[in-house]
Design a protein around this ligand. Structure first.
Ligand code: NI
Length: 630
């Protein structure tokens, strides 16, 4: 990938820039030979820099770099000024552990598989072919175990591959958990809670026989090409203006989301991303309480993006965006087709029939889909962003892959899980995602309102008991703006412009419309809950601060309590006529089913942003009846 001439300040880091950053850090930071690269990604320009930038201006490019140095057990980070060819800052971040990167994940496995006690524990279970064994070095969390404090620890889970060779998680090894020191690359101990028979081999994930033969070809054709235009990472489609971005940690990031109206692009969001996630598992036995994946902050989503395949991952006229990841040595690793963009027919957009005359208009809806998929161990997450012609933005998570399987002894019944295959249980867990939206609805100054409804008391003004009171109130500050969904009151939140009014004289706004969701089932004082405080509220609003990007803090790996949103919002800053950032927690409970084995059909979780008085009337009245211009 080479740098285009028309590079934009928000373009993801290019391979040559990434390599430059590595050279400069190696030359100037004092990092020693044991050091490796956790993150090399674009240090995004400030809002001021972006506001001043005009196309064709020379642009400043900076890289954010985070390293881990095993010899000193230090996490170090800084900014590289790529134009000046020098470090613009470098610091030791005390008391934190860098993310576990994929190379470290595999290195940990290799160490464990050579450990005599681990081999003995396998033999005790009748497993002699170590090539078939998978050991995953999961982030250990922080359970206040004295010997783990300040150390770089991974808590491991083990499986044997199925006979078909296509499911490394096919036969879980029960009760066997090596604990590894990733700083010294040595096994600390083997947690062996007793032999559970290896479950029988079950079905293959990629069968080649007995595939259904009754499904005909489906082709999506756009003979005149797609309706979007692409310039580098910039996209225009049906009045939407969007810039595709990427961060090594969050994966797909969207910037500068705006809608063209009356000849000008009206800003809605500066930046949108899935900023953190956590999947706490609900089984307390043996080592199972250790499974609480903060996949973004503990492992990284951007370095796990799939290279998407046309016809499998994506169907239709696709535009792919490539991004540049890297390995722990700092070698650039391009991910081709990391982000997919295409149009989809989405059924009816609107319809009206004049019954007496039979005249009608039904308009088809088209949506723009920008998505990426990432594979993290057993699991696959898809992050899908939908842009609609009526100004709606949809956000959807697709969860698939292999549900985390555990062995269960014959005759035993799962207490905190469900049987999904013979000898295999899957524990109940919660998938929880925190989306961050840096808002700018018709300008930088926004306010936050909560809208809900209640039955009015029966009385002289409401004799029939049908009156519905609409409660629309301002949330003034960060502590006031920590809210939960309330189905009884049909609650939602609006981000309101301080500057612009619509034709009715009301402030223009976008509303966040929750869909199905969940609340944490963790005890609030549990070690995991304290590290994932963001889970406990569906909605948060904060005053923008450039360092406040990740709701469980910058370093969730073995983190202490209270980081991120709970910590920042103690300041209780004003969100009235302020630069507002909103955070939405999207979750679902998952008690896997037999139908989720050996691979789980996609589970969907979603929510929407809708214009609410942002436009003066239906903005999609002008969509042609058959959905396209003849
Ligand atoms: Ni699940």
């Amino acid at each position: 990938m080479t740098k285009e001439l028309k590079i934009h300040p928000l373009d993801p880091l290019y391979a040559d820039e990434l390599s430059n950053a590595v050279s400069i850090v190696k030359r100037d930071s004092g990092l020693n030979d044991t050091g490796w690269f956790e993150t090399i990604t674009l240090d995004e320009p400030s809002k001021q820099e972006l506001a001043q930038h005009k196309l064709g201006d020379p642009i400043k490019r900076r890289a954010y770099v985070c390293c881990y140095e095993p010899s000193s057990n230090r996490t170090l980070r800084g900014i590289v000024d790529l134009d000046e060819g020098k470090l613009a800052g470098w610091e030791h971040v005390k008391g934190v552990q860098a993310r576990i990167v994929p190379d470290e994940f595999s290195a940990g496995e290799a160490i464990i598989k050579k450990d005599k006690h681990f081999i003995d524990a396998c033999v005790k279970r009748g497993i002699t072919d170590l090539d078939k064994v998978l050991v995953e070095t999961w982030a250990a969390g922080n359970f206040e175990v004295a010997e783990e404090q300040g150390e770089r620890i991974a808590y491991c889970h083990c499986w044997v591959c199925n006979d078909a060779g296509d499911n490394r998680y096919g036969r879980p090894i029960g009760n066997l958990h090596p604990v590894v020191d990733l700083q010294r690359m040595k096994v600390i101990r083997i947690d062996d809670f007793g032999v559970v028979p290896l479950p029988p081999d079950t079905s293959a994930i990629r069968p080649t026989e007995n595939l259904r033969a009754d499904i005909k070809k489906l082709e999506i054709k756009q003979p005149d090409g797609p309706s979007f235009t692409v310039d580098g990472y910039g996209v225009e489609w049906q009045r939407w203006h969007i810039r595709v971005g990427y961060s090594l940690r969050e994966g797909l990031v969207l910037h500068n989301i705006g809608y063209e109206d009356g000849g000008a692009v009206r800003p809605i969001m500066h930046r949108a991303s899935m900023a953190e996630m956590v999947v706490p598992y609900g089984d307390p036995a043996n080592g199972n309480f250790r499974r609480n994946a903060f996949d973004t902050g503990e492992y990284g989503i951007g370095n796990a993006l799939d290279s998407l395949k046309l016809g499998c991952d994506c169907l239709g006229h696709i535009h792919y965006f490539d991004v540049c990841s890297h390995d722990w040595l700092g070698n650039a690793a391009e991910i081709k087709n990391a982000v997919c963009m295409h149009e989809e027919d989405f059924g009816i957009l609107w319809k009206h029939t004049d019954v007496p005359t039979g005249t009608m208009r039904a308009v088809r809806s088209r949506r723009l889909v920008i998505s990426s998929l990432c594979t993290i161990g057993n699991y696959v997450y898809g992050f899908f962003w939908y842009f609609y012609q009526d100004g709606t933005i949809g956000v959807e998570v697709k969860a698939t892959g292999i549900p985390f399987p555990s062995a269960i002894a014959p005759g035993e019944k799962p207490k905190y899980g469900a049987m999904i295959a013979p000898g295999i249980e899957a524990h109940v867990h919660q998938h929880t995602f925190s989306f961050r939206f840096d808002m700018c609805v018709d300008g930088e100054k926004n306010s936050v309102r909560e809208v809900e409804f209640q039955a009015a008391p029966v009385g002289p003004g409401n004799p029939h008991g049908n009156a519905v009171e609409i409660i629309d109130r301002q949330l003034e500050s960060e502590l006031e703006a920590q809210r939960e969904i309330d189905m009884q009151r049909a609650r939602y939140w609006k981000i309101v412009s301080s500057e612009r009014k619509n034709a009715l004289g009301l402030s223009t706004a976008y509303k966040l419309v929750p869909g199905a969701n969940a609340l944490p089932l963790l005890d609030p004082e549990s070690p995991v809950a304290k590290r994932a405080g963001f889970m406990f509220k569906h909605f948060w609003a904060t005053q923008y601060h450039p360092e406040e990007l990740y709701p469980a803090g910058w370093y969730p790996n073995q983190s202490g309590p209270g980081k991120g949103l709970p910590e920042w919002t103690k300041a209780d800053r004003s969100i009235n006529n302020a630069d507002v950032v909103t955070w939405y927690t999207l979750g679902f409970n998952h008690l896997p089913r037999p139908e989720d084995w050996p691979v789980q059909p996609v589970v969907y979780a979603s929510f929407h942003w809708m214009p609410d008085g942002f436009f003066d009337q239906n903005p999609a009245l002008d969509v042609p009846p058959n959905g396209f211009q003849e």
